[in-house]
Ligand binder design. Structure first.
Ligand code: FMN
Length: 203
């Protein structure tokens, strides 16, 4: 029997139960309906230090991520992603980009690059993309405006690539700040549902 697909979602919203969180829940629910095992990591619950640009993690060659000097929750998050077939990277748009919390997480992904002192630019250690990724973003502005005027999707796609995942879908939720406890609309739920299914597909 085929092992079930494992999906790990990384939530960079400060609000549990907010729009981003609801969208992630719908994606994961639909994936579970297809037999996937899912888990959700709230960055807000995790202890993650800022990358200090010491570059210790980038000095040694090899495909495996470099070791960071910090002992925080980053290693266990990355280990969990290592064990996953698919990921969801989710963040609201704040000041035109991901939340500071998501950015802090992304900066720590420099460990996936080989970049010894003396080398001008980093080189990604392993360009294989054996996992699938779905990106979730939300904005107060209409989605088309927010998407076109920012690099948020590009940034989350690069983060997915560093995590060994190719992005197979983007859920961008605009007009997401009209009410304090806004609920997802039907079209967004339907799209989330479809993306959850696609995350579990073989190809
Ligand atoms: C500090 C801050 C900055 C924000 N910046 C933007 C922005 O640049 N563009 C935008 O469309 N919405 C912006 N918003 C609105 C958030 O994107 C919106 O509240 C969020 O997508 C809702 O997601 P959540 O329910 O998961 O928190 C901002 C909100 C905050 C609190």
């Amino acid at each position: 029997m085929k092992d079930s697909v494992r999906i790990t979602a990384i939530v960079g919203s400060y609000r549990k139960g907010g729009i981003v969180d609801q969208a992630v829940d719908h994606i994961l629910l639909s994936a579970r309906e297809e037999g996937a095992e899912t888990s959700k990591i709230y960055l807000v619950d995790k202890h993650i230090e800022f990358c200090t640009n010491c570059r210790t993690c980038t000095q040694t060659q090899g495909e495996r991520r470099g070791e960071c000097l910090f002992t925080d929750d980053m290693d266990s998050i990355l280990d969990e992603i290592d064990q996953s077939d698919a990921i969801v990277l989710a963040s609201p748009m704040n000041f035109g980009t991901v939340t500071a919390m998501m950015k802090r997480f992304i900066e720590r992904l420099v460990c996936f690059a080989y970049w010894p002192w003396g080398m001008t630019a980093p080189k990604v250690r392993n360009k294989q993309k054996k996992r699938r990724a779905v990106i979730v973003c939300s904005s107060a502005a209409p989605s088309i405006m927010a998407r076109l005027s920012s690099q948020i999707v590009k940034l989350l796609k690069s983060a997915s690539a560093l995590l060994g995942a190719r992005t197979i879908g983007v859920l961008f939720i605009g007009l997401a700040a009209r009410e304090e406890k806004q609920l997802l609309g039907k079209r967004t739920k339907d799209k989330a549902h479809r993306l959850g299914k696609r995350l579990t597909a073989d190809t």
